[in-house]
Ligand binder design. Structure first.
Ligand SMILES: NC(=O)c1ccc[n+]([C@@H]2O[C@H](COP(=O)([O-])OP(=O)(O)OC[C@H]3O[C@@H](n4cnc5c(N)ncnc54)[C@H](O)[C@@H]3O)[C@@H](O)[C@H]2O)c1
Ligand SMILES: O=C(O)C(=O)C[C@]1(C(=O)O)C=C[C@@H](O)C=C1
Length: 299
């Protein structure tokens, strides 16, 4: 529960995720002021115009002079050098956090490059998003009833960790901590693999000689399975490469499973197929029930 203390929050990168968090923190009263720096001047102008930020900073260094909490919300590939810059000149920031979808590689490199400052760095990842990008797509309710994973370690400053937990709670999220490796393995399976599969399916069908018919007759099932193939290709290129090992392992396990299923179809083994579909339906139904409860705030 909020104790009413307000913080000055600064964002490096004000797109879908940065913009959504900025909106949520303003609405909840957690942020006394919100500032941002983005390499795209149009994104900053739009954020100002939409009232998502109060001030556009001229540089990362200038931003860090004025904020209690600094949030890095740029594409994964840009995070390493920006976090290191932020940690080397933290200004008045009590904590620095990020929202990147892959944690292990980034954290190890940051700790190697800036060991002294790394204690106030609390790596984070909201498990909520959309196939859309940019500040105009931001949504104050994006994180409500969603989980946020933080990956602190024994070096992390408890005060910095507490502040980041409080910030996400103010945005309506439930915070959970885990190690970077566990995070990257779980997310490879639940997020990165499904995105690769959706892109692969659409690409395979788009290359088909009967492509026009396929897209003409595709409907709800195809739409639901492939929504995430409309996500930003550059973001997903970065994520796939940043989490390469865990993603390869998930992909290999999945390919084996798919081949088993293929062999049942080839062998006309209806019983084996039905068993897989039955157990899959039961797992999916249970997940859907849990998700609905979470979205109603019941868990
Ligand atoms: N989109 C999702 O569903 C989702 C969910 C959870 C986490 N994430 C992670 O959040 C981060 C941001 O994703 P997003 O969807 O908000 O992307 P986005 O494209 O909507 O926003 C990124 C912003 O960062 C800016 N930017 C890019 N490079 C920069 C640089 N070098 N310096 C300063 N600003 C720079 C861009 O101009 C843009 O405004 C990514 O690391 C992504 O992996 C995304
Ligand atoms: O809902 C979507 O469109 C998303 O892709 C969100 C999603 C996910 O895979 O669930 C994508 C990337 C993130 O790092 C976290 C969440």
């Amino acid at each position: 529960m909020s104790d009413g203390t307000q913080y000055s929050v600064g964002f490096v990168g004000i797109g879908l995720i940065g913009g959504s968090l900025a909106r949520a923190l303003k609405n909840s009263g957690f942020a006394s002021s919100v500032s941002a720096w983005d390499r795209d001047a149009d994104a900053l102008e739009q954020a100002l115009k939409l009232g998502i930020i109060d001030t556009a900073s001229g540089s990362v260094a200038a931003l860090m002079q004025t904020v209690n909490i600094a949030v890095l919300a740029t594409p994964t590939i840009a995070c390493e050098s920006l976090i290191i810059d932020m940690l080397k000149e933290p200004g008045i920031a009590q904590c620095i956090t990020d929202v990147a979808s892959v944690k292990g590689d980034l954290y190890r490199r940051v700790v190697d490059a800036a060991p002294a400052g790394a204690a106030i760095y609390v790596p984070g990842h909201p498990i909520a998003g959309s196939e859309r990008s940019g500040v105009a797509a931001s949504d104050a309710a994006l994180f409500e009833h969603h989980r946020v994973i933080l990956t602190p370690d024994s070096n992390t400053d408890p005060l910095a960790l507490g502040l980041v937990q409080k910030m996400w709670a103010a945005a309506g999220a439930t915070v959970q901590c885990m190690g970077v490796e566990e995070h990257d393995n779980v997310l490879a399976a639940t997020s990165h693999l499904p995105h690769v599969l959706a892109y692969a399916l659409v690409d395979a069908l788009a290359q088909s000689p009967i492509r026009d018919d396929i897209f003409r007759f595709a409907a709800g099932g195809f739409r639901d399975f492939t929504r995430i193939a409309s996500s930003d290709p550059v973001m997903w290129r970065d994520i796939s490469l940043a989490n390469r090992d865990a993603l390869l392992s998930s992909l290999d396990g999945f390919c084996d499973h798919l081949n088993t299923l293929r062999s049942f179809i080839a062998a006309r083994d209806g019983e084996a197929l039905e068993n897989i579909f039955r157990s899959s339906k039961s797992a999916r139904d249970e997940f859907a029930r849990d998700l609905a409860m979470r979205e109603r705030g019941e868990t």
